[in-house]
Design a protein around this ligand. Sequence first.
Ligand SMILES: Cc1cc2nc3c(=O)[nH]c(=O)nc-3n(C[C@H](O)[C@H](O)[C@H](O)COP(=O)(O)O)c2cc1C
Ligand SMILES: CCCCC(=O)C(=O)O
Length: 377
Amino acid sequence: MNRGKSYDDKVFCIADLEANALGRLPRATADYINGGSMLHETLRANNEAYDRYVFVPRYFKDVRKVDTTTVCLGKKVAFPVGISPSAMHSLCHQDAEVATARAAAERGINMILSTYTNTPVDVVAGELGGMALGQQLSKVLDEGINQSIIDNAEAAGASALFVTVDCPWLGRRLGDYRNSFAPPTDMPFPSFPTDVDIHNLSTADQRIAYDADLSWEKVRALKGRTKMQIWLKGILSPIDAAMAVEAGVDGILVSNHGGRQLDGAISTLEALPAIVEAVAGRVPVHIDGGIRRGSDIFKALALGAQHVWLGRTVLWGLAYKGQAGVKLVLDTLYDEFQLVMALNGCATVAEIGPHLLARRHLDGSVVPLLLSREARL
Ligand SMILES: Cc1cc2nc3c(=O)[nH]c(=O)nc-3n(C[C@H](O)[C@H](O)[C@H](O)COP(=O)(O)O)c2cc1C
Ligand SMILES: CCCCC(=O)C(=O)O
């Protein structure tokens, strides 16, 4: 039960944290992290989509105890939240991915490591305290590099490969152009051979250029290249979702890369229901993008996601106070989520469903989801 816990003298919610964290970073770094592509339409839409759903809570339920636990990648997790892959954690804190992994372990949740990690996968795995590790793969032209990322992750005990599908070309991030943003030249990228220059992205070595011809055959072939589960990260279309299931993937992460790739793409929460319907329970469907409050986690689950993942919020925590800052993010969201469950009459995650939501339409009407569904039948 939440009794008004004080987290920190300055941070009581994620919005407080964002304001505090960004001021600690050089401007170009803060813009790289917070920015999206082009005019930030999708970046904004990811957040705003959550505000279009409102709660229709149930009462007369026993919520003296609220169990937030669930299972993700075969591990029992403290709540249905994990850490999405993001590049270069050392931009935010010297302890980089080690700090992030330790906070995930403390809070009892899983983590996905970026291809552009600054910390080797085996080191991160060693800090996760037995929680599940996912390895994100930005598939590049050099198959030897792809295979070494896969092999190192598998050897480190990672349980799933998250293949990012929304980045055949890098999005136009205007803030990065204006700031001439580039990672520091001494920054380590242990996924890549040391003679690959990735610091100046515009002249990047062809070996690490994105594979812009990812096909279903290549997805199927990946299954033969590793014992890890294969997940696709960045699915937005129910057609691709259905084809992914047919290709034998183990799960789908609905994502638009936090609004950093195709500006104008559908928000992830708006994309979710059709994907859940297309997948029809055959594999798990997870989501990221715009999760800033415990209520957002609840809404994503009510619309059919089994689990959500966090991008920028973790980086804000890292910039704010390293491991303790990431822990603060996770504790804040944990307590908010538990309270939202209690106030909606849910004692377990399994009780969360669409009957607890209504959708606010552009004409101002608010329509409970179940009634609107029944009306269509
Ligand atoms: C600074 C930054 C770096 C990212 N790097 C990667 C990456 O290396 N690979 C990837 O698949 N997604 C990457 N993402 C996207 C995240 O995995 C995630 O999809 C997105 O941040 C979720 O949205 P949110 O930030 O609103 O939570 C990155 C996002 C940010 C903000
Ligand atoms: C070259 C690193 C790109 C990482 C990424 O995916 C992002 O910034 O969104």
